[in-house]
Every structure is written in C-alpha cells, then in structure tokens.
Design a protein around this ligand. Structure first.
Ligand code: UDX
Length: 446
C-alpha cells in the first residue's frame, strides 16, 4: 500500500518507519529540507531505541523515502497521514496551524480520491475543520474530487514507541465511511492478525479517546502523588500503600508510581488542551484542573526538600543531579521535573552538576553555557565535590549505589530521591539523610 506521511517528527517518523517495515511503501514529507537531507543520510534527529536501525533498513530497501516536494507527496499515497506538531497556544489549546496547512496542501495538489488521516493529537472537532479546509481549496480550484477525513490517534510512549506501535493495545480509527474502514484495515493488517486490535468508532469519539487516555494516566499519577504527600505527613510509606491498592485488579499496578511529577510532550500539553476544550464548550473540567495543579506542585517538591535539608541556605552550594530527561530512555526534557529544580536552584544562587545518559546535549541546547551549570560525563563525576544529590530520572545506571562511597563524596549527607529508587533503611544505615517521595518520614530530618 502507498502511504504518505506529513511531518517527520517523533510520531511521523515512527509511524513511517514501522509501516514501511511491514511492507508498505511510505513517503515522508517535511518542509525542513535540512532535516530531510539528514534523514536520507540515515541521521535520526531524535533518540528513540531501535528507530535508527528501522529507518536505515527500510531506506535501504527503498520502502521508506523522504521528500520536501508537496505535490509528489500528495500524489503518492491514497492514505495521507498528518503527523505534524500541535504545540500549545498561550491559552493551552493546541495550535492547529501546521495541521491545517497540510490540509490546504492536500487540497491544492490532490488529483484523485484521498483519505486524510489525523495522526497528530488534535482537539475534538479537528477532523471537521480539516474537511472544511480541503473542501474550500477544492472549491477554489473548481474541482469536485472525493475525499475522506478520519482520526487515528497514536498512543506511543517515548522510549518504547516502536514496541507500542507494533504491539500496542489498539489502533483507534474514527470514521463513518466503509471505504475508509477497508483502507485502514489494509494499512494495519500486518499488526492485527493475532488479535482484533483495530477499533472503529465515530470521528469525535476517536479524537476524544486520545485525550481521555492521557488525562486518565495523568490523573493516576497525580492521585498517587497526592497520596504520597499525605503519606509523608501521616507517617505512612506510600510504597506499601501502592502495593496494597495495586493488588486490586480494578486499580492495577500500572502507572501508580509516585514521583517528582509527570513531564514530557504529552501529559502536560494534553491535560491543558482538554481543560481548554472543556471551557470552550462552557464546562469547567474540575478534575483536570486539579490533576495539573497537583503535578505543578509535585515538581517543586525536590527543591522544597533540599531547602528544608539545608535550612534554606542553598546559595553557593553545589547540587549533583542524576537524570535530566523527563523519564528514562529518552533525551526529551520537555516539562521535565529536573528543569523546575535547576531553575529554582539557580534563582537562589546554587550551582548544578548534572549527569544524564542521553539528555545532556538537550540540556546544553536549552540552557547554553552558564557558570552555575556543569554537565559531567558520569554519575561519579556528578557527585564529586557536590554538597547533596538529587535523583530526577530513574535511569538503570542510578539503581545500584554503594552508599558508603556516596556518603564520602557528598559535602552534606543529603540524598533527595524523586523516584523512590532505594530502600530507605539501607541508605540511612550509611549515614545519609534520605528524602524520597511519600516514604513515611521523607519530610523529616533525622
Ligand atoms: C505518554 C503516554 O504513555 C502515551 O500513551 C501517549 O501517547 C503519550 O504520552 P510519554 O509521555 O512518552 O507517553 O511517557 P510515559 O512513559 O507515559 O510517562 C509520562 C510521565 O509520567 C513521565 O514523566 C513519568 O516519569 C511519569 N510517570 C509515569 C510517573 O510519575 N508515575 C508512573 O507511575 C508512570
């Protein structure tokens, strides 16, 4: 099957590479000529496990190609995936300008029946807007060509995107057309042999499904963070509580890990966008507001704990940071808790000495050269000469630690753990003050 994908960002590239890998002919279009040239040379602009190999193999076989030429792209596939960015507006709603520009392009160049597939995360009602734009352009051109718009949101986790694409829980397709259903069945046929994973529904239901899924997951996290904060004040250990509630299959063990707040490109943006969509239809989404509020507060807790440990005297201190990415296996620092912490430390005149296995380039790009930030190339170097250690991301390399050694490295024996990686007893036995999340006495100094 011939498939065109607009946008070679995270979603577009993963979708394109995966669909090419199962035998489709895929043409990825991007307006950024430099990016297309680099992709053709096998250079992948993002860090995603397995993606480079997949792109290289399928480019070599000729099933995955790239172009900057819009007319060629529109001509190519019967399916025209829109996978361009939807960055948040100042008011939190998703900015649709890139999506609608692609719609215009498709309207301008199409010469036969096309199915436009919204892959980007777009607010409910966007398929209708895309349809209006395409119809408008066709009318201007004086062409009466047939086309369909359907919604096919992605549910990819960074760091596990290829696995999620190939073995995900479902493929959601919102459409009322049998012809579209047929084509989408053909597109995803290689993935649905074993199980009926293709879910057809109304367009608006599909659009809302994406936001509802992310909002639900964000709610689980904020809920657990709220319980963790309560546990700290009540002298209970949230890790025991987590196991206690997770054993109920109605609750489940997934996504109930308390921490230093959720970040990334999806949860913060999507929760805000859904709140905004709600207010557009005159509904106050109270729960969503609280989910975001709790998360905002949670990201400050790392700094609050440090401040308490140092009795407010953080100026001139050097704080070691393990982990900068918003989660492991990615170099993404969008809305990462590490950023809230670093910025708060800099405001009070403290220095940061940080290590991350993948995100240091991104950190340099975001913050540039500055006196109060040193990026080092190992976890050992990060704690050398530091006054305290904070863990922001649960990378595997941070899981095993010789705490006696750690104690010798730190000026003050303070460890703030935003990911509950260690057994509090073991850390304390080495003479360290351990401030984790919701672990009974996480707030208290010994
Ligand atoms: C998420 C969704 O999982 C994915 O389905 C959607 O398509 C895009 O958004 P992603 O942002 O890549 O994916 O990351 P995810 O692994 O879901 O983690 C999001 C954030 O939640 C991270 O900051 C993580 O640290 C945090 N988290 C996750 C917790 O704090 N506790 C948990 O129990 C789980």
């Amino acid at each position: 099957m011939r498939i065109t994908i607009f946008g070679t960002g995270y979603v577009g590239l993963v979708t394109g590479a995966c669909l090419a890998d199962v035998g489709h002919d895929v043409l990825c279009m991007d307006v950024d000529a430099d990016k297309v040239a680099r992709l053709e040379a096998g250079e992948i602009p993002i860090f995603e496990p397995g993606l480079e190999e997949l792109v290289t193999a399928n480019t070599a076989s000729g099933r995955l190609r790239f172009t900057t030429d819009a007319a060629t792209a529109v001509d190519f596939g019967v399916l025209q995936f829109i996978a361009v960015g939807t960055p948040p507006d100042e008011d939190g709603s998703a900015d649709l300008q890139y999506v609608l520009t692609v719609a215009e392009t498709i309207g301008r160049y199409m010469r036969e029946f096309k199915v436009i597939v919204d892959k980007s995360t777009v607010p409910v009602g966007t398929a209708d807007r895309v349809r209006e734009v395409v119809a408008g352009v066709l009318e201007e051109r004086g062409e009466a060509l047939d086309f369909e718009v359907c919604s096919n949101p992605e549910f990819l986790k960074e760091g596990a995107a290829i696995e999620d694409f190939t073995h995900g829980a479902r493929f959601v397709v919102g459409t009322s057309s049998e012809r579209v259903r047929e084509l989408m069945r053909e597109c995803y046929a290689p993935y649905i042999r074993l199980q009926e994973k293709l879910m057809f529904m109304d367009v608006r239901a599909a659009e809302l499904t994406k936001y509802a899924a992310n909002a639900m997951l964000a709610t689980k996290i904020s809920f657990m963070n709220e319980i963790a904060n309560l546990a700290e004040r009540l002298g209970a250990d949230v890790e025991q509580v987590r196991r206690g509630i997770g054993s109920d299959p109605r609750i489940g063990y997934h996504f109930i890990y308390p921490g230093c707040g959720y970040g990334g490109s999806c949860f913060p943006k999507d929760v805000r966008a859904l709140t905004r969509t709600a207010s557009d239809v005159h509904y106050e989404a109270q729960l969503l507001g609280a989910v975001e509020g709790v998360n905002h507060r949670q990201k400050q807790t790392l700094f609050d704990k440090l401040e308490r440990a140092f009795d407010g005297a953080l100026a001139g201190r050097t704080i070691a940071l393990w982990g900068l990415a918003f989660k492991p296996n990615t170099d993404d620092m969008r809305d990462a808790p590490s950023r809230t912490l670093m910025e708060a430390l800099w405001r009070v005149g403290a220095r940061v000495q940080a290590y991350d296995p993948e995100a240091m380039g991104e950190c340099r790009r975001l913050y540039g050269e500055r006196d109060d930030l040193t990026l080092v190339d190992s976890r050992e170097a990060a704690v050398q000469g530091a006054d305290a250690l904070v863990i922001c991301t649960e990378w595997k390399v941070f899981r095993m630690v010789d705490f006696d050694w750690l104690k010798r490295q730190l000026g003050m024996p303070v460890v703030v753990d935003g990911r509950n990686l260690y057994d509090p007893e073991t850390v304390r036995k080495a003479g360290l003050m351990y401030f984790a999340v919701g672990r009974g006495d996480s707030l208290k100094r010994p």
